[in-house]
Design a protein around this ligand. Structure first.
Ligand SMILES: Nc1ncnc2c1ncn2[C@@H]1O[C@H](COP(=O)(O)OP(=O)(O)OP(=O)(O)O)[C@@H](O)[C@H]1O
Length: 219
């Protein structure tokens, strides 16, 4: 579903941050992306979301070479991907409920068809009491859970989550991990960037380890 071949990336005239990355993300697979701080995890997530283009090599997303995809088609391809950014990127003028419902609204779905699903998911991530508030009054951990709910609500083909448990306590981290494994069971390919070893030890999943811009994969 996603294919990288000899991919390299540098920012501006700087050194290569990612080097010679060759790997596949198969349909329905589950993988952790890990490595020391500054190794390039967020950069790789941005390549996977097509918000950065590689400076060399080939990337195929859903069978298409991203170098030749017209810019106006990218938003459509990105809709097949759920993403949790490290900085959450919630819309501050919309309530928790509206933020989570947004991907469904963008698709033109009728609110009556999804309202109860959105509320159920918000309850599952512990935000049942925060449904009608605006993001600026939420804590960091609450914002993170809204961002996760928004990424999951439409059962994307791929889920990319950058440190999705970085702001929550261990029981909530386990609960969120259960949500990711359940989504994966339903067919979504999941990529979770994390430093959290105890989290990784809970799932028998592929580990993609970035060190100094190079990738090692342990199946
Ligand atoms: N916009 C940018 N311009 C220039 N250099 C950048 C930019 N973003 C990241 N870098 C550099 O690229 C390297 C990889 O950064 P990246 O954020 O991808 O690492 P990371 O593994 O996600 O780190 P962390 O675990 O601390 O979040 C770092 O050396 C960083 O300084």
């Amino acid at each position: 579903m996603i294919h990288f071949e000899n991919v390299g990336l540098r920012y501006g005239m700087g050194p290569e941050v990612l080097r010679d990355l060759t790997f596949d993300i198969p349909k329905g697979s589950f993988q952790f992306l890990t490595g020391p701080s500054g190794a390039g995890k967020t950069t790789l997530m941005r390549l996977l979301f097509m918000s950065l283009k590689p400076t060399r090599g080939l990337i195929r997303m859903f069978g298409r070479d991203i170098a030749v995809i017209p810019g106006e088609e990218l938003p459509l391809l990105r809709r097949r991907i759920g993403i949790v950014f490290q900085d959450f990127r919630l819309l501050d003028h919309m309530t928790t409920y509206e933020n989570v419902a947004l991907p469904l609204r963008v698709r033109g779905k009728d609110e009556a068809s999804y309202r109860s699903d959105v509320i159920e998911l918000l309850k599952w991530v512990g935000l049942g009491e925060r449904i009608n508030v605006l993001p600026p009054v939420l804590s960091g951990g609450e914002k993170q859970r809204v961002a996760i709910a928004r990424a999951l609500i439409d059962q994307p083909e791929v889920l990319l989550a950058d440190e999705p448990t970085g702001n929550v306590d261990p029981p909530m981290a386990r609960r969120l991990l259960n949500l990711f494994t359940e989504l994966n069971r339903l067919g979504t390919a999941v990529v979770i960037a994390t430093h959290d070893l105890t989290l990784m030890d809970r799932v028998d999943a592929r580990r993609m380890i970035l060190t100094g811009g190079r990738l090692d994969i342990h199946d």
